[in-house]
Structure formats: structure tokens, C-alpha cells
Ligand binder design. Sequence first.
Ligand code: SAH
Ligand code: SF4
Ligand code: F3S
Length: 442
Amino acid sequence: MSKTAHIATFGCQMNAYDSERMAGLLAKMGYARAQGPDTADLIILNTCSVRQRAEQKVYSYVGELKRLKAANPDLIIGVGGCVAQQEGASLLKRLRHLDFVFGTGALERLPELVSQAAEGYRMADTGLDAAPSPEIIVPARPGLKALVTVMTGCDNFCSYCVVPHVRGRERSRPADQVLAEVSALSRAGVREVTLLGQNVNSYQDPDSGLDFAGLLERVNQLPELWRIRFTTSHPKDLGPRLMEALAGLDKVMEQLHLPAQSGSDRVLQAMNRGYTRAQYLERVAELRALLPGLALGGDIIAGFPGESEDEFNETLSLLAEVRYDFLYSFMYSDRPFTRAGRLSGKLSEEAKRERLVRLQALQREIGLEEHGAQVGRVVEVLVEGPAKKGEGLMSGRCRAGRAVNFPGPPELAGRLARVRITEGREHSLLGELESAGEVKKP
Ligand code: SAH
Ligand code: SF4
Ligand code: F3S
């Protein structure tokens, strides 16, 4: 019987992409995908450290694996990703049932580490700043949608953020490599690709100097591909070329994630974000003028150290002005190595939670109104399959990225459908099928 591996993924889309790469490397070693951790011969945790809660989740998961290791001493357990990078060898000391630790720069050395662990060695590999591997990995059974990392690392050092410390410096993958990967994916049936980077706006092909807008132009030409999304755009680097690509390229969807983090100039400066509230709003206005159908997403941190009530209210008013379609909001969390961690004026958990609740209540109203405004429109949906809830409903996403459910036949899965919106809910839209087929960019 072949050996099996289970990969548990925490954190962002970068980690999801890295987990696919790990699965590809392990498949070459003969590891099939396990049904779950209980039956696996090898368990890999791909971890996240962005907030304390994320890190805590990893430790509770690792704790639960103790009993599996006790029942099966041959089980190999490895911890990779951002917590691995942050903690390194100390994880091996603290958690005796772990076999190896590999940081974000050691991903490609996973096969060696697994082989060493099988021979009884306990190793930690946390070398950082490896160039992204040129290898192209296509999952064994790709779905309709896939993630492709175009750049790794981050150079921005926002004062609250651990990412630059656990992912190293920014590095772009050569455009030819990205293209070859997207092309291979689309030939395998993938119709929508999301290009990933912590700050895609600073993408630069190391060979030709091509920028991100240029990369989008090239990906847009791939014949089998229908849809392109990308994340994340840093507001300070969002320039006219990318805005025009977003508006002009037919396969680039009308959706943009543009995290503001705060609406207060003083807090933005303390966060080291590199833009003011006015500059952020100006970019949003330019975007809306170019592309009226654009859905905007954002991230907000509530309760940054020293954030006053007035400063928080400026964040609320920013929300009301921008009117995000979707918003991720977080309570500030102290992270190792960061400058914000050493600031005074920390808020209590209750104070931060109370602000988060207010943010989310306001966003709920805005989101409902924005979704309500979709009623009567005909949108293009890439149909993914039957909806999780609701008998006879099919589900997919419109060009702007909203989830759309509608009654329809299962044969529509994998196709584009024109759907007339009949109801806007908080997190999804409801509609009725008009016909199969495309809708042109607004
Ligand atoms: N590169 C992306 C996002 C990376 S992390 C960007 O710049 O937008 C995803 C989100 O987590 C961030 O946008 C931020 O809102 C949040 N985040 C990061 N560090 C945090 C911290 N210490 N506490 C709370 N939220 C944090
Ligand atoms: Fe973190 Fe800022 Fe880099 Fe985003 S841009 S990953 S928030 S340091
Ligand atoms: Fe988390 Fe690392 Fe992503 S810290 S958010 S998994 S880059």
C-alpha cells in the first residue's frame, strides 16, 4: 500500500498555494493524499502567525497530534510555514513529538527533511530568502479555480506586521514561469486564476523588468483561461498602469482588494503605511471613475496601539465613504519582531473588541445595501456546483467576486451563466438563470 500524507493548512492564500506545492513534492516521493490526519503516515502543518489567535490554533492542533504519535511511533510530523519560520528549532525543543520544522524558505527541501525524519533525525531548516523555485506544479486534480504566487516576501514593514519577518524580502517570479504555470493549469481545466503576492503592485520580472500590469496583459492572452483575479494591492503603489489594466483587460475581473487598515492619518503613519486618508480616497475615486462596476474589498485593524476614540471614528467614516463590498476586520494583535509591539498605549481586549463590533455592524449595513443595489442586474456567474445550502440551487461567483446562488441544472457546473439578481443578502446574492453565457465588462 502506498504511503499517505495529510497537509493541514492555516493562514492566507499564499499558504494554500504553498500547500499545493508541498503536495506536489510529496506526490513525487510516493505519498498519496490521506483521507485525514488519523490515517496518515505523514502530517504536515502549514502554519500562520499573522495574529496571535492564528498561532494559538497551530499549537492546539499540534497538541492533538500527540495521541496519534503515541499510537503510531512511525508517524512523521513536520511543521512548516510562518510559525515554523518564526520559532525555528525551539519548536522541536518544546514539542517532543515533532519530527522536523521547515520555514517558508525551506519549502523545496521538504523531501530531504522527510527522508531524514524517516531515518530518525530531528531537524529545523529555517534558511530564509530562497528564490522562488522555478518548478511548475499542477495539482493532480485541479478544480475550476487555482492560485498562483507571482511574488514572495514583503519589503513594506508595516509596523504591526510579522509577514516581512517570516517571509523575507520581496522576490518576483519570472513572467515566463508564471505564464507557463497558468497556461499548464488552464490546459488542465482551470478557468479562473488568482495571482498572489503581499504587494502585487511592486511585481517586477527579474529578467525583463515587466511590471504587474504587463504581466496581467500577458496572462489575459491565454486562450483557455476565462478569469483573472489578483491580491493584494498596496494602496501606496497602486498607479495608473494597473488601474488601466484592471479597467481594460477583458479577463481581469471587476474586483480589487485594497486594504486601508485605518482612516486616521496619525494611525496610518504609525502603521508605516505610506499613504494618507486623502490619498487613499483619491485612488478609490479614480478607480470608481474608471470602472463603475468595481467591487472593493478592504482590511481594517481595530485598536492599534494609541488609537483614540476620534481616530477610530475616522475609520468608521472611511468605511462609510468607501463603501466596501467585503471587509476583513481584525483586532490589533501584538506580533514578535514588530515595532508596534513595542509601542505604548495598548488597548485592552475589551476595548478592541468593542471597536471591532462597531466596525462590523456598520459594514453589515453597507454590505447589505450594496448587495441590495444589485437586484435587477444581470451578472455573469462562473458556476462551481450545487450550493451548500438550498435544494436545487447552483452556486458560483460573479465577475465582481460576489457569491451568487440560483435555481439551475447541475450540468451548468464549470460553465458561465447569465443570472438576473432577485435578492441581496449579507454574504451572497440570489438570482434566476437567464441563459448560459458571458456578460461583457461594464
Ligand atoms: N499584504 C497584505 C496583507 C497581509 S496580512 C496587505 O498588505 O494588505 C492580512 C491582514 O492581516 C492585513 O491586511 C492586516 O489587516 C491584518 N494584520 C496583519 N498584522 C496584524 C496584526 N498584528 N494584528 C491585527 N491584524 C493584522
Ligand atoms: Fe504586512 Fe504590510 Fe507587507 Fe501587507 S504590506 S504583508 S500588511 S508588511
Ligand atoms: Fe499568515 Fe504567513 Fe500568510 S503569517 S497570513 S500564512 S504570509
